[in-house]
Design a protein around this ligand. Structure first.
Ligand code: TYD
Length: 138
């Protein structure tokens, strides 16, 4: 099993086009408290480079393409998001990086909490130390 989980959303299509509906506790496995999106992304300007102490997120690449790196402190995996019908579920305490945006990329993020800077771990060194401590305490 991978570190991050891919959710497959049902697409409702007819001759007018396609629609995807995301509801909390249904397609999204938590209560959604915040939605934000990233746009005007630049191919050579990666983003992310942090983990969250408690926040859970589902990330949808609504348009374009982006490469995610997800890291649990011991292993890392690369995931290409390029479809509005896939969601990347990132549980708490996973390091994430976003690379190689295409110009038209729009990333929508559904989160189970409000924005709180204190929930961020922005240093990989600190993240690694906390990940090791969590295993030692098990
Ligand atoms: P940040 O989460 O660091 O961006 P990324 O991980 O995509 O590189 O957020 C960038 C800035 O935006 C930072 O100053 C915090 C601010 N911000 C908010 O005010 N509210 C939010 O919901 C988010 C996600 C960020």
């Amino acid at each position: 099993m991978g570190i991050a989980k891919i959710l497959n959303f049902d697409v409702i299509s007819d001759n007018r086009g396609s629609l995807i509906s995301l509801e909390q506790h249904k397609q999204i496995p938590f209560a959604v408290k915040r939605v934000y999106y990233l746009f005007d992304n630049k191919p050579n300007h990666p983003r992310g480079f942090h983990a969250h102490r408690f926040l859970k997120q589902v990330i949808v690449c609504v348009s374009g393409r982006c490469k995610f790196i997800i890291d649990n402190g011991f292993e890392r995996e690369e995931i290409i998001l390029n479809s509005p019908s896939h969601g990347l579920l990132i549980d708490r305490f996973l390091w994430r990086e976003m690379h190689e945006f295409s110009e038209e990329t729009v990333i929508m993020v559904l989160a189970d909490g409000n924005y709180e800077e204190a929930d961020y771990v922005r240093s990989y060194k600190d993240f690694k130390k906390l990940a090791l401590a969590a295993v030692d305490n098990k």
